[in-house]
Design a protein around this ligand. Structure first.
Ligand code: MF3
Ligand code: CO
Length: 253
């Protein structure tokens, strides 16, 4: 079932999303060659706690794996999502996806972005640009009376017309009282299908775009999802609210 949020619930989600956006900005500003991914995790965790909120991913359980051990996900190059922060140091030329979730007052917010570490190749630059633009193409379709796969179709069409591929096995999702709620929001699909979108729905739209094949694998650590072909991948995500018929991005600051 897809929850329609009350005004009060929306206020709480809005607050969590604001903290998510501020945390992402802070972490992104600290991305540079030489910084370790665990340092980024600590910066995020401290900022979230200083807002009397909790990092939503810490302790998150997923079938088949142990509880997620960190506050954010940091996924480098061929890592698509769910990279676990570690002593690994960022290097010039890499691209890095930062994913942040926040829980406050019983409600979640969720967003991600990908940024360059120092100077990157034109190919990686294009991958970042196309993935971010794909997110906005999807968001445009998230309006009342459209269907979920109108969002999916718009993302897939934009990405594939630029020669990249969308990950099939991971999706966007409803967000609110739970980090992952219905509906599932795939990054590929047929126009005019899927559940109908309505005012008061809050959903996370999150294209994961691969430079090469869409095929993925889960690495040895049980969490990090990588491309099978080893080529880079990018990821952008916003939590949005459908209000007055139109999408409103909540993870902005
Ligand atoms: N933004 C991701 C998602 O919505 C982050 C989940 S990471 C996890 O699925 F650790 F919580 F699994
Ligand atoms: Co998400």
């Amino acid at each position: 079932m897809i929850y329609i949020k009350t005004k009060k619930e929306i206020d709480f989600i809005r607050e969590s999303c604001r903290i998510v956006a501020e945390t992402l900005r802070l972490v992104a500003n600290n991305v540079k060659p030489g910084v370790s991914t665990i340092e980024l995790d600590q910066i995020a965790d401290e900022y979230i706690l200083s807002n009397n909120a909790k990092a939503a991913f810490k302790g998150y359980s997923q079938a088949g794996s142990y509880n997620y051990p960190a506050s954010i996900c940091v996924s480098i190059d061929d890592e698509i999502v769910h990279g676990i922060p570690s002593a690994r140091v960022l290097k010039n030329g890499e691209i890095v996806s930062i994913d942040v979730g926040v829980l406050k007052n019983g409600y979640f917010g969720d967003a991600a972005l990908s940024v360059a570490v120092g100077e990157i190749s034109p190919e990686k630059r294009k991958l970042l640009e196309v993935t971010e633009k794909a997110l906005y193409e999807g968001i445009k379709e998230a309006k009342a009376d459209n269907r979920v796969h109108d969002v999916s179709f718009a993302i897939q069409k934009y990405v594939e017309s630029n020669g990249f591929s969308v990950v099939r096995d991971l999706c966007g999702h409803g967000v609110g009282k739970f980090l992952h709620e219905e509906p599932s929001v795939p990054n590929f699909g047929a126009k005019g299908t899927g559940p109908k979108l309505k005012n008061g729905m809050t959903i996370a739209i999150e294209p994961m775009v691969n430079y090469g094949s869409y095929k993925i694998k889960t690495s040895q650590d049980g969490w990090t999802v990588c491309t099978q072909d080893g080529l880079p991948s990018a990821h952008f995500e916003h939590t949005i609210l459908i209000s007055n018929g139109s999408p409103e991005i909540l993870t902005v600051c």
